[in-house]
Every structure is written in C-alpha cells, then in structure tokens.
Design a protein around this ligand. Structure first.
Ligand code: ATP
Ligand code: MG
Length: 199
C-alpha cells in the first residue's frame, strides 16, 4: 500500500539523516584511480565528461588514446583543441592486419612512455588512459609496471582508465570501479554509429 503523506515525510527524514551522516563522514581528499569497464556503452564518454568537468574548474587534463578505431571523433575535435588539454593518440601503430606482435609491443611501450610522463606531471589534475585495458589483456604492457607507475603518480592526480575486461590488479588498485553492462545497443538493430553519440 502506498505511504500516506505523514509516513512518507518520516521515511524521507530518516533517509536524509543517513545520507547527511554519510556525507559528513567522507571528509578526505585524494587523487582517485577510476576504472570504467564492462561491455556496455558509456566508458570513454564518461571519462571525457570528467575532462569537461575539470576544464570547468580551470584544471588541466591529459588524455592518451591507446586504441583508435576511428579518426575525427567529436571528443578529439572538441577537447583536443582545448589549451588546457594534452591529447595523445598512441594506438595508431597497432598492426591488427599483419599481426606483428613485436611491432605491437613496441607501439604499446612507446605509448606507455607518454603516459608515464603525464603520470609524473603534477600540473595535470586528471589523466585519462582510454582503452588501456586491451594492452594489458594482450600482454603488450607489463601489469606490474603499469600498476607501479599508477601507484607512484602525484598524490592529488586523478586517473581514469577505460576498456573492457580490466585486469584484477587494476581493480584492486582502483578507488572507484564501474562495470557498465550491455543491456541493449542500437548497433545490433542495424543502426550505424551516430556522430555526437557514438563518436
Ligand atoms: P563510448 O565511447 O560511447 O562511451 P565505450 O567507450 O563504452 O563507448 P567502446 O568499447 O570503447 O565503448 O566502443 C566505442 C564505440 O563502440 C562507440 O561507438 C559505442 O557506441 C560502440 N559500442 C560500445 N559498446 C557497444 C556494444 N556493446 N555493442 C555495439 N557497439 C558498442
Ligand atoms: Mg571506449
């Protein structure tokens, strides 16, 4: 049976007290490591949303795109031109066609060297490592090295890592992990990627 208005007010007051107490307890600041994983849509676009939030506060951000299947995405057109954003496309050299593993490892390691520089740069409030998980999954980068570099970044720097199948070591190191489920995707109904939404 639905609440009458008095019951509803009491219930809401109790809820507010619990929420207010939880907010009061969370009184620490920290550079966060966020991992956005899972098979659903919304990982990279969420990361770029956080870049936009940072820019709103006048912070600087760095983005590394480790796999790039399309050129000229909306995020690169817009955020790549912002003076407070460093935009690095590091995945153009992957050789899916020729399957040259040594060349791919070399590309991944060159890319990681760029990421390492950002992870040492305390002027960057946020670093996005977009689609990093695949390089770990294929063994192109050493998990231990990546986790060590992440753990030794500046204490106030936030990092967002995106990509499916994030390895356990990243989940363990992360402060916030979201797994986005693929409940439905328009592509499976024959709808091509829509500019502004999918790219
Ligand atoms: P987005 O960049 O839109 O936030 P994402 O980072 O979560 O997506 P990726 O695996 O990086 O997902 O794929 C990027 C592209 O693939 C986007 O165009 C997205 O709409 C599409 N895509 C993501 N998930 C799926 C899915 N489950 N089925 C089909 N297409 C998908
Ligand atoms: Mg993505």
């Amino acid at each position: 049976m639905p609440d009458n208005s008095e019951q509803h007010s009491r219930r809401m007051a109790r809820k507010k007290a619990v929420v207010d107490a939880a907010i009061a307890r969370a009184d620490q600041d920290k550079g966060l490591l966020l991992v956005l994983t899972g098979n659903g849509k919304g990982k990279s676009s969420s990361a770029f949303g956080m870049v936009a939030r940072c820019l709103g506060y006048g912070y600087k951000a760095g983005v590394a795109q480790f796999l790039k299947s399309r050129r000229d995405t909306g995020e690169e057109k817009f955020l790549g031109n912002q003076p407070d954003v460093q935009w690095h496309v590091l995945g153009d050299g992957f050789t899916w066609d020729t399957q040259n593993r040594d060349a791919d490892i070399a590309t991944a390691q060159r890319g990681w060297a760029v990421a390492q520089n950002m992870l040492k740069d305390d002027s960057l409030h946020l670093v996005v490592l977009d689609e990093l998980t695949y390089l770990l999954k294929y063994g192109y980068l050493d998990e231990k090295q990546v986790c060590n570099d992440l753990a030794s970044r500046p204490a106030t720097q936030h990092v967002v890592i995106t990509g499916r199948a994030a390895p356990q070591c990243l989940l363990d190191l992360a402060d916030t992990v979201s797994e986005i489920a693929d409940v439905k995707h328009a592509f499976r109904a024959g709808i091509r990627a829509q500019p502004g939404i999918d790219l």
